[in-house]
Structures are given as structure tokens and as C-alpha cells.
Design a protein around this ligand. Structure first.
Ligand SMILES: [Zn+2]
Length: 127
């Protein structure tokens, strides 16, 4: 399986993904600290210690809930970025996981960790 992209293009996507990953990790550390500091002073830093029962948290914890959902989204994005880096190494980067078509470069530039072409992404979203 040959990649749809030239090696110098792959390298530039690898750089972009590394930068994104570093930035997300920085954000995550900061947000996790802030979210946990609010009412988990003895937290070990383990996210599973955070209370998730909505009945137990008042409206003053809305910000914390919001931050936690952001953290969850960013964690998923980090996983996607890691997967994309793995795909660069295995030569699968830039190909749709559903239909195996080459993902158009503008889409990769906008969303370098995407696994799907636009058509398949739309089809999957509407399921
Ligand atoms: Zn596709």
C-alpha cells in the first residue's frame, strides 16, 4: 500500500501533528489542574476521582463540568493524533479507512488527524 502523499508532504503533516499534540497536551495539563484543583485538593491527578453524578454537583460546578467535557474531547483528539502518526509510519496516512480513497489534501490540512474522506465522514456522522 503506497501512501497518497509524497514523503516531504508526509513529513510536514508529521510536524503539524507533533505540534498539535504538544499544544493539546499543554492545554490538557493546564485544564486538568484547574478542574481538579477546584474541589479535589488531595487529588492524585486521576480523572476517575472526579465526581460525575450530576445530582451531586451544583450550578457552581458547571464550569468544572464544562472543562471536564473539554478534557474528554481533547483526550479523544490526542488519540486521533497518535493514530494519525501511526498511520504515517505504516504508510496509511491520507487514505480513507472506509473506502480507501485518497483524502483530499485541503481536508488533511484542515484536519490532519482525520481518518475519513468527506463523503465517508458525512455518512458516518448521519448514522
Ligand atoms: Zn471514504
Amino acid at each position: 500500500m503506497t501512501s497518497a502523499l509524497k514523503s516531504d508532504e508526509l513529513e510536514s503533516f508529521r510536524q503539524t501533528l507533533h505540534t498539535l499534540r504538544a499544544r493539546l497536551r499543554g492545554d490538557l495539563d493546564q485544564m486538568t489542574d484547574e478542574a481538579l484543583r477546584r474541589d479535589q485538593p488531595q487529588s492524585s491527578g486521576n480523572l476517575s476521582n472526579v465526581p460525575l453524578h450530576m445530582a451531586d454537583v451544583g450550578t457552581e460546578n458547571y464550569d468544572q463540568e464544562f472543562t471536564l467535557s473539554l478534557i474528554e474531547n481533547e483526550s479523544l483528539t490526542l488519540e486521533e493524533i497518535q493514530e494519525a502518526l501511526n498511520r504515517i509510519d505504516s504508510g496509511r496516512f491520507g487514505r480513507c479507512e472506509e473506502c480507501d480513497a485518497a483524502i483530499p489534501k485541503p481536508r488533511l490540512q484542515a484536519l490532519p488527524y482525520t481518518r475519513h474522506c468527506i463523503q465517508c465522514a458525512r455518512a458516518l456522522e448521519s448514522q
